[in-house]
Design a protein around this ligand. Structure first.
Ligand SMILES: Cc1cc2nc3c(=O)[nH]c(=O)nc-3n(C[C@H](O)[C@H](O)[C@H](O)COP(=O)(O)OP(=O)(O)OC[C@H]3O[C@@H](n4cnc5c(N)ncnc54)[C@H](O)[C@@H]3O)c2cc1C
Length: 481
């Protein structure tokens, strides 16, 4: 992603070298994304259908969470709005008012992407703001082992030079400790001005060479392992990722065109790798297509994403676990901010500090949103959930949750990725219910409110009825060979 974006944006002014090792390979399990990836692909000028065909991609309208609030609960966190604001008051306050009056309709009934997802439907959003089809966005689920090479081809066509080989040594400039060059196993020595460390968890340059340090967040996000295995898809294709909570973590199900990606993200404090593998294998919908693979990680981030003349992007910069599919998004943000703060040979400290400040903020906001999922639970059936339910949480999240509990208000962030509907989805989906709603929602008389709610529901239902199935849409739009 980084080499592709830089080759597009820097347009021949800089010589870009991409060093990769086939022997080491990639993590290759990043398969679900968030809608911003569409802007990344568009900036590169990629044709969406071509990209989807080449990566066996499907569409994603959100994530379904199963067993998170209580065993048996399920809700979808959609990429889209619930209802519409009335008289300047957010929709959910009216929904809360109706609920207190005895209406049990779930808030998902007022969301096009939730309803379409549940009914296995998909179509592209409409640019017409008066259409209910303008109220959602979408992302992709794709095979990361195909997306990487797809972007590599793109980068090479735009002048990036790729060197196959293993970096065995990183040499620093004696005068200031900046990186001077990297030595490959075959003796090739590659010098550079700016080094971007995309070496994965090992942080070859940022940590092993520059000793930058790591902020460990595992007291808030205790999962530290994942076991992953693809399987044959046997169910009707749906346009969402599923996350099912188990005793010691949660399992992902990511439907692609050619297979289903599965993994169990768990905490080694509460189960063993063998038990986790058994749990995963016993919850597959079809035959496994490979041997299960265990990955180990520590949730957190590098103390400085940019240190001297090295910027760590991807897993080398940090990892927050894949619950909300945010890692590829954080890569995209890192690339965007790097281009905004692109250095000259002086590597001014102010630009580097600003880059680190904004990346820290992005990581922290994603972190808090993920912690919310673990903390807002009533589950008391296993050690992991007892720990998460009772653990102290970051102050900013505590403040946000208290305000929502008290009056249904969602604290808005100036920066940060997850907007109000996302927080609302998780709060309500995991039983964080406000004590009261915005008093201004009482201005609307009861009959008008009922009419308005019925109208929204019917409009959504009709639109979904007229929407093709996800499988039919893919077949027509982007079926892989
Ligand atoms: C269990 C799990 C599930 C995930 N799910 C998602 C998801 O659903 N959505 C999402 O957005 N993200 C997800 N991620 C994160 C996602 O996989 C990564 O963000 C993404 O794949 C990028 O990884 P990377 O390029 O930073 O590291 P890697 O994939 O590890 O790539 C490292 C690269 O560095 C090269 N390299 C390393 N050492 C050397 C060396 N000595 N010499 C030469 N080359 C070297 C390797 O060859 C490789 O090309 C998940 C991660 C995990 C662990």
């Amino acid at each position: 992603m980084t080499a592709a974006a830089l080759s597009r944006k820097l347009n021949g002014h800089y010589a870009i070298q991409l060093i990769e090792s086939e022997e080491i390979g990639i993590v290759g399990v990043g398969e679900a994304t968030v809608p911003h990836i569409r802007y990344f692909n568009r900036t590169l000028g990629l044709d969406e259908a071509d990209f989807m065909r080449n990566t066996q991609a499907t569409f994603k309208l959100g994530i379904e969470f199963v067993n998170w609030g209580r065993i048996g609960d399920r809700y979808i966190h959609p990429f889209g709005a619930y209802g519409r604001a009335i008289n300047g008051v957010d929709f959910h306050h009216y929904w809360l008012r109706q609920r207190i009056a005895g209406d049990t309709a779930p808030i998902g009934d007022y969301s096009y992407p939730v309803t379409a997802g549940r009914m296995g439907k998909f179509t592209l959003p409409s640019p017409d703001p008066s259409s209910v089809l303008s109220t959602f966005s979408y992302a992709f689920q794709f095979d990361a082992n195909l997306y990487g090479p797809y972007l590599r081809r793109y980068a090479l066509q735009r002048g990036v030079v790729r060197t196959e080989g293993k970096v065995v040594d990183v040499r620093l400039r004696p005068e200031d400790g900046f990186i001077a060059g990297v030595l490959l196993q075959d003796g090739n020595y590659i010098e550079g001005d700016l080094f971007i460390d995309c070496s994965g968890f090992r942080g070859l340059l940022i940590e092993q060479a520059l000793k930058t340090g790591y902020e460990n967040w595992s007291h808030w996000l205790p999962c530290d392992r994942a076991v992953a295995v693809p399987c044959k898809g046997t169910q009707e294709s749906v346009a969402y990722t599923r996350s099912t909570a188990h005793d010691a973590g949660w399992q992902w199900r990511i439907p692609l065109q050619h297979r289903v990606g599965n993994g169990y993200v768990f905490s080694s404090r509460f189960t063993t790798e063998e038990q986790a593998t058994q749990t995963l294998l016993s919850h597959l919908e079809g035959p496994a297509l490979a041997d299960p693979r265990v990955l180990r990680f520590t949730t957190g981030k590098r103390k400085k994403a940019w240190n001297k003349n090295c910027v760590a992007i991807g897993l080398a910069g940090g990892f927050l676990e894949p619950l909300e599919s945010t890692s590829i998004h954080l890569i995209q943000l890192a690339i965007t901010y790097l281009l905004e703060m692109f250095p000259d040979s002086s590597f001014d400290a102010a630009g580097i500090d600003e880059y680190n400040r904004i990346m820290d903020l992005e990581y922290e906001r994603v972190r808090d949103f993920i912690i919310l999922h673990y903390h807002a639970t009533e589950r008391a059936d296993s050690e992991l959930w007892n720990y998460c339910r009772t653990m102290p949480i970051p102050d900013a999240l505590q403040y946000k949750m208290e305000l929502f509990r008290e009056r249904g208000h969602i604290v808005k962030y100036k920066d940060g990725f997850f907007l109000e509907p996302s927080w609302l989805a998780v709060y309500l989906g995991q039983r964080v219910m406000p004590r009261r709603y915005d008093p201004l929602a009482d201005k609307l008389d009861a009959a008008s409110l009922q009419r308005e709610l019925a109208n929204i529901k019917t409009t959504i239902h009709r639109a979904v009825q007229a929407t093709p199935t996800h499988a039919a849409f893919i077949q027509k739009y982007c079926a892989a060979a």
